[in-house]
Write a protein that binds this ligand. Structure first.
Ligand SMILES: O=C(O)CCC(=O)C(=O)O
Ligand SMILES: [Fe+2]
Length: 386
């Protein structure tokens, strides 16, 4: 049996059968459990494959309005250092050009296209999975620049993808594709999450708990106030999963394949892996790594003006590039504005770029399937639907 894991943001207060039922309706034929992942990595390279614990969550409500992705150029700031200009037109992205918030390297290029569905039958004012605009950034290699990569890599004839000899990644969810979802969170919500994260970090410092205290390059926040928790659960239920179902049916199918329906009334448990917010101060970075999960979403929480744009952002390498081979000369950096989420296949090697000065906050969550976990559903009574 396969197990669905949603590595996510929230505490035990979120636990309910709602998400399970919802996931059951997503997957139609699915039997899913939701699990948390147990740890985060710091500055060092790290392994995230250690054992998972079970967490069941529920999600609610809605969010998001206008499009706002920011260019990576410092010229975007006005004299007062106010918010960078907003992209409100599609003309920055014509399906071939690379927009300002995507920075290519010598060996990797990014092809960006914008997707927008007009479905007038849906009336939501806020984020609407059917109507919302999203960007698809495809990672491609510059074939003539391959020398920057290790000899182990070669170029596939068909599509110029850089692959290791050993790994076939062509069946991955979102193969070499990064999805940027604008406006998952409003600026106010981002600020609220950052403030709460700072408060918790201070508390941990005072009490001398948590690795985040030592370096501040990362930390796990476990006790967000309830309005922050609401915001976080909304990201998953009303945005990410809705979005996947509505706009990425192929991903939806792959993610939920082979699942059976989850019984209602299944008891809920949530152990650990509480909300994950990463704080980067000057010199902090997250080394190239894979999340080893099917999908990850990263949402920057503070404005780009809070740190110089020669640092910060999330860098991605073409599939098949292992963390050991990932270097700053290759890959593509994405710096969407705060509140916009980057959704990607967690097997893509990526990093949190070093922050040169100032501070950067991101919120992170993942979704994956785990074929190894066995769950005995027979022990759960169907309380709500006898
Ligand atoms: O900071 C980022 O943009 C990346 C964060 C990340 O990769 C992670 O949390 O696993
Ligand atoms: Fe990551």
């Amino acid at each position: 049996m396969r197990t669905l894991k949603v590595f996510t943001l929230g505490s035990s207060r979120f636990c309910s059968t709602t998400l399970l039922q919802r996931l059951a309706s997503y997957s139609r034929n699915s039997k899913s459990m939701i699990q948390s992942h147990p740890h985060r990595g710091g500055k060092q390279k790290f392994d995230r494959k250690s054992s998972a614990t079970i967490v069941l969550l529920s999600f609610s409500t809605t969010i998001a309005t206008s499009l706002c992705l920011s260019p990576t150029s410092n010229e975007a700031y006005n004299e007062k250092g106010n918010a960078p200009q907003q992209f409100t037109q599609d003309d920055n992205i014509d399906g071939i050009n690379t927009p300002g918030w995507v920075k290519e390297s010598k060996s990797t290029k990014a092809k960006c296209s914008i997707h927008h569905t007009e479905d007038t039958s849906v009336k939501s004012e806020k984020f609407n999975a059917m109507k919302s605009k999203f960007y698809e950034v495809r990672l491609e290699s510059f074939p003539d620049q391959m020398k920057v990569c290790d000899r182990k890599l070669h170029i596939e004839d068909t599509n110029d993808l850089v692959q290791t000899d050993e790994v076939d990644t062509s069946n991955q969810l979102l193969h070499n594709t990064l999805i940027v979802l604008p406006d998952l969170l409003s600026t106010e919500e981002c600020e609220m999450l950052v403030q709460d994260a700072e408060r918790i970090l201070e508390e941990k410092k005072r009490n001398n708990i948590g690795k985040g205290v030592k370096t501040e390059s990362w930390t796990i926040y476990s006790s967000f106030e309830s309005r922050c928790q609401k915001v976080m659960k909304r990201i998953l239920e009303n945005v990410v999963l809705d979005f996947i179902e509505a706009r990425l049916p192929q991903v939806d199918r792959l993610l939920f394949r082979d699942h059976e329906v989850i019984p209602k009334g299944m008891p809920m448990e949530y152990y650990w892996d509480d909300p994950v917010v990463i704080k980067y101060k000057a010199g902090n970075m997250l080394a190239p790594h894979t999340d080893d999960r099917d999908l990850t979403i990263v949402v920057p929480l503070n404005p780009l003006r809070d740190f110089p744009l020669d640092g910060g952002g999330t860098r991605f390498w073409i599939e098949g590039t292992t963390p050991e081979l990932a270097d700053d000369d290759s890959g593509v950096s994405l710096k969407p504005n705060c509140g916009s989420g980057i959704l990607f296949n967690g097997n893509i090697t990526h990093s949190g770029n070093s922050v040169v000065e100032g501070t950067r906050f991101v919120l992170m969550t993942s979704i994956t399937l785990d074929e190894d976990d066995e769950v005995d559903y027979d022990e759960y009574d169907d309380e709500e639907n006898p």
